[in-house]
Design a protein around this ligand. Structure first.
Ligand code: 3PG
Length: 207
């Protein structure tokens, strides 16, 4: 496993964040770290994503930070410039994958069927996002693909406190991703105590 893969494997759950105000990013990172999830996948679904990553990185140089929903080379550049450890994309885009590889940046692209897994393997990838996990067949689909392919998966999309343990019990699962412990409204309204409770709940589930 690479260093990033080892860290994902240890953390087990990656909070997937869409942050609309980058000035809240450092505080959000602090709440995540202090409550047991020292990691964030900051999605490029908001315009403030790169600045949010920069603010988290400045405040917590050792935090594991990924860029999510990365769809093109420009966003890869922005993510690298902001200081990410890894890049995540919802789908398998060979152009984005190749670009990350050229830049020496770890990428975890999304797949949800055998053909995509094989295309990703052909490009040398060993850890893939299984997205959208629940809508694509959930744990049953994951187990079926895991029986065939020697890769690790990061299921995301519909993972929740109800099913996260079932996903993590599959031996090919390196970590799960999810938004449920970082709801946008709690971030927007700076409701850090409530957020801390949700994060602690996750840390409790995976302990
Ligand atoms: C993602 O961005 O990876 C998914 O949209 C997260 O899915 P969730 O909201 O069901 O956790």
């Amino acid at each position: 496993m690479t260093e990033i893969e080892k860290k994902l494997d240890a953390i087990k759950v990656v909070p997937v964040i869409a942050i609309s105000d980058a000035s809240k990013a450092a505080k959000l990172a602090e709440v995540l770290i202090e409550n047991g999830l020292p990691c964030a996948e900051v999605t490029f679904r908001t315009e403030q994503a790169a600045q949010a990553i920069r603010n988290m990185r400045d405040a917590f140089p050792d935090m594991l930070i990924g860029a999510g929903t990365v769809l093109n080379k420009e966003q890869v550049d922005a993510a690298i410039e902001a200081g990410v450890d890894f890049v995540v994309s919802p789908g398998f885009n060979p152009t984005t994958v190749k670009y990350c590889q050229e830049k020496g940046m770890a990428i975890v692209p999304g797949v949800n069927n055998p053909s995509l897994v094989e295309q990703a393997m052909e490009m040398g990838l060993k850890t893939l996002k299984f997205f959208p996990a629940e809508a694509s067949g959930g744990v049953a689909m994951l187990k079926a693909m895991s029986a065939v392919y020697p890769v690790k998966f990061m299921p995301t999309g519909g993972v929740s406190p109800k099913n996260v343990k079932d996903y993590l019990a599959v031996s090919s699962v390196i970590a799960c991703g999810g938004t449920w412990m970082v709801p946008n409204n709690l971030i927007d309204e700076a409701r850090w105590d409530e957020l801390a409770v949700l994060v602690r709940e996750v840390a409790g589930i995976i302990a």
